[in-house]
Design a protein around this ligand. Structure first.
Ligand SMILES: [Ca+2]
Length: 92
């Protein structure tokens, strides 16, 4: 008799609060995953992913001939093996 049915209906039950809490956690996890996947995608496309492009230095080659081979494969010189641009990488 002391409780009115309308005030009881306004308060969320424990079950409703648990559903709300798990919904919040669920959407947070999904958002975090989406952000992680997007960042990974950006790394793939822009070439900053180490597995896609590994920067080589002259010290990575046993000889100038090996460096020349890599340089000749891509004269754009993405590894910057020939800073003076005379076509001969890793000069001493
Ligand atoms: Ca050079």
């Amino acid at each position: 008799m002391s409780r009115s049915p309308s005030s009881q209906a306004d308060r969320p039950t424990v079950g409703q609060r648990l559903v709300d809490a798990s919904w919040t956690v669920g959407t947070t996890v999904v958002s975090a995953l989406l952000v992680a996947v997007s960042l990974w995608g950006v790394g793939e496309v822009s070439g900053f992913n180490d597995e896609v492009f590994r920067d080589l230095d002259c010290g990575d080659f046993d000889s100038q001939t090996e460096a020349q081979k890599v340089y000749d494969d891509d004269p754009g010189d993405p590894h910057d093996l020939d800073p003076d641009r005379d076509g001969v990488p890793c000069e001493r």
